[in-house]
Write a protein that binds this ligand. Structure first.
Ligand code: AMP
Length: 399
């Protein structure tokens, strides 16, 4: 792996700044799913076992650069303490005199969690002075925040640059390894399953993967841009008119590479997502002008299912309908079940993207998928064949 590994540095007696992605979903102020905290435990334990003291930082939600108790990491400190089985100190701000005193007095084995980085607008602005303040008393920087590695924020880019480099933690190593293996030598047939709102987000992924792919299944809102290029009426469905040319080019390129692209055969429509009681299924070429396509229909699920069943690798990013609102969740849930079933018989399944992961979790299949990525945007960047900004800031390989 080309980034410096945590295992290649001396940790005993050092103060380590560990950037994590503890941006857990909250429901009525409570942690709805703590899998991101659990995913960070191996790196936390590793660093503590080596005799370092630990300053942990993360963002949570979108507080808009202002202090907001709804997005405090205090509840995460409690959950982390329980999961870790040791005391976790909590600093009520991520910078400032009081925090500096707490950081300075840490002893080997101590853990300090800082308050939400995004209570300061300077974090998202990538402000160098904010990076410098975060670096107070820190010897070593470790990035294990895979889900935010595509950001240039102060704690992700400026801070390791200020400290002269840094290391990747065990979770980032695992994520990079899985994507690297899968993309360099995928077990064929290799199928890309895409959904979600925007074709523009996913077209670069298709372009990068085309030479290695066998099949592409396209559902969700992004499918309508492709359907429109084939002359179909899509009514009030999501459409990116400025991407029609790019979608058409992708269809032609796929043909050149001998990759089969499957678009929906039938669509669940309604006047809007807010009128689920009026949902009905029509053939994909019969969407009325005043209705919107909000999910893939049962014939599409069957067809996508057949392709998934004959695949050896399936990568999925993006829900196949407006899965937040039943009954438009059915297509996504059924596809999640099919993917879980084929994984049991040896297919390698990789799911990335906050919404597709949520769909897998809600359908009860989290443990049935070969690998569930902790990063939606970050995993898309890897699928596009691009580098993650935050990791570039760590410097080259060091031993
Ligand atoms: P993305 O972040 O691009 O993966 O998009 C996820 C969003 O796409 C979810 O909020 C879904 O509700 C939305 N979505 C999926 N299918 C459709 C559709 N047919 N029409 C409108 N929105 C959709």
């Amino acid at each position: 792996m080309k980034y410096p590994l945590l295992q290649n540095t001396e940790l005993a007696g050092r103060k380590v700044f560990l950037r994590l992605d503890l941006n857990v979903p909250l429901h009525d102020g409570r942690i709805a799913d703590d899998s991101r905290i659990k995913a960070a435990l191996p790196t936390i334990r590793y660093i503590l076992d080596k005799g370092a003291s630990l300053v942990i930082a993360s963002h949570l939600g979108r507080p808009g650069g202002k202090r907001n108790a709804d997005y405090s990491l205090a509840s995460i400190a409690y959950r982390l303490e329980t999961l870790l089985g040791r005391k976790v100190l909590f600093a009520p701000d991520c910078i400032g005199a009081r925090t500096e005193t707490m950081v300075a007095s840490l002893k080997p084995g101590d853990v300090l969690l800082l308050e939400n980085l995004r209570f300061h607008p300077e974090e998202k602005e990538g402000d160098p002075d904010f990076s410098r303040k975060l670096a107070y008393c820190i010897d070593i920087y470790v990035n294990d925040a895979f889900g935010t590695c595509h950001r240039k924020h102060a704690s992700l880019k400026g801070l390791p640059e200020f400290l002269g480099g840094g290391y990747i933690g065990l979770l980032v190593q695992k994520e990079l390894h899985i994507f690297d293996e899968m993309l360099s030598s995928p077990a064929r047939p290799f199928t890309l399953l895409l959904g979600g709102a925007k074709a523009s987000d996913k077209i670069p992924v298709i372009e990068n993967l085309l030479p290695r792919l066998d099949h592409i299944l396209i559902g969700g809102g992004m499918a309508f841009t492709f359907m429109k290029t084939l002359g179909m009426n899509v009514g009030r469905s999501l459409l990116e008119l400025d991407r029609l040319g790019a979608a058409e080019k992708v269809l032609k390129e796929a043909d050149k590479f001998g990759v089969d692209i499957f678009l929906p055969l039938d669509i669940v429509i309604a006047p809007s997502p807010g009128s689920p009681e009026q949902a009905r299924t029509v053939s994909a070429d019969s969407i009325p002008a005043n209705e919107a396509g909000l999910d893939i229909g049962p014939r599409t699920v069957e067809q996508f299912g057949r392709v998934i069943e004959k695949s050896c690798t399936v990568v999925w990013n993006g829900p196949l309908g407006v899965f937040e609102i039943p009954p438009f969740d059915r297509g996504t849930r059924r596809i999640a079940s099919i993917l879980a079933n084929v994984t049991k018989t040896g297919t390698i399944s990789v799911v990335g993207g906050g919404d597709s992961v949520r769909a897998v979790v809600e359908a009860g299949h989290f443990n049935d998928i070969s690998f569930v990525s902790t990063g939606g945007g970050a995993s898309l960047i890897l699928l596009e064949g691009n580098e993650l900004f935050a990791l570039e800031a760590l410097g080259g390989e060091r031993s």
